[in-house]
Design a protein around this ligand. Structure first.
Ligand code: SAM
Length: 241
């Protein structure tokens, strides 16, 4: 492996224990998750797939809103085990089950879910198109696919200074927030994340116009993009089948 890039599974294994006290502490992360839940229109008895669930911050917010049933998947055993501890602690197993499956490997029944959601996880997928197509297939007719993501195109040549300058603008605002809201521990984590996002070849964040085009190509009938108030780099996309 290129010595500059990092294995994403090892990255999250390493980050897991500090996740809730770093990114999980930032107001802008919660603002984005809250908007995802609001825009999903979740209702009692909905069946939800949470892709890249991490420590479960999004799934738990869905459950605060409605009596739904959630299947939460993630490629990192360490992130999942922290979520499973919360599920045990709050007796949530009738509502949530977890599986260690990557987005690329997921296999479910056609038209199985009312809502499929993914927050800051799908940018790690290198081949996004086949994954979005699977998501479309797994949704019921009228079902919604919701993404909460960074609105930034980081594709291109890793050594291109123009690309790096574009990413650094985002990082400056992100690191300022991290320091202000999460202290030096969050700052250090987000700084480290920034480096990985710049250097992990192929694991690109893309802009919302690019997410929208992928959803339209997959067959989604309507795509809406909603900004996360105050946080110019973050948006939510709702694609309806
Ligand atoms: C930044 S965390 C987001 C966690 C949670 N969705 C949230 O918003 O707090 C990204 C998560 O995506 C997971 N992940 C990364 N690549 C993945 C993939 N290809 N398939 C499934 N999960 C993946 C990581 O293990 C990690 O838990």
């Amino acid at each position: 492996m290129d010595p500059l890039t990092r294995n994403t599974r090892e990255w999250f294994q390493d980050w897991a224990n500090e996740y809730d006290s770093t990114l999980g502490k930032l107001g802008r992360h919660h603002a984005m998750l809250d908007l995802v839940v609001k825009e999903s229109g979740v209702r009692d008895n909905d069946s939800i797939l949470d892709i890249g669930c991490g420590t479960g911050l999004l799934s738990l917010k869905f459950l605060e809103k409605a009596e739904c049933r959630i299947l939460a998947i993630d490629s990192s055993a360490q992130m999942l085990s922290l979520f499973q501890e919360k599920i045990r602690k709050f007796n949530l197993s009738p509502h949530i089950s977890c599986e260690q499956v990557s987005a690329e490997q997921m296999e479910f029944n056609p038209r199985q879910f009312d809502i499929i959601a993914a927050t800051v996880s799908l940018h790690h997928v290198k081949e996004k198109e086949p994954v979005i197509q699977k998501i479309y297939d797994f949704l019921k007719d009228g079902g919604r696919f919701i993404i909460g993501e960074i609105d930034m195109d980081t594709t291109g040549d890793r050594d291109d200074p123009v690309r790096l300058t574009r990413i650094l603008k985002y990082l400056t605002s992100e690191l300022e927030l991290a320091m202000r809201e999460g202290g030096v521990q969050a700052f250090e984590r987000m700084y480290d994340n920034g480096k990985k996002h710049i250097l992990n070849d192929g694991e690109y964040c893309i802009g919302f116009d690019q997410w929208a085009a992928l959803c339209k190509d997959a067959g989604f009938a309507h795509v809406d993009i909603i900004p996360v108030n105050e946080y110019e780099w973050f948006k939510v996309l709702v694609a309806t089948k």
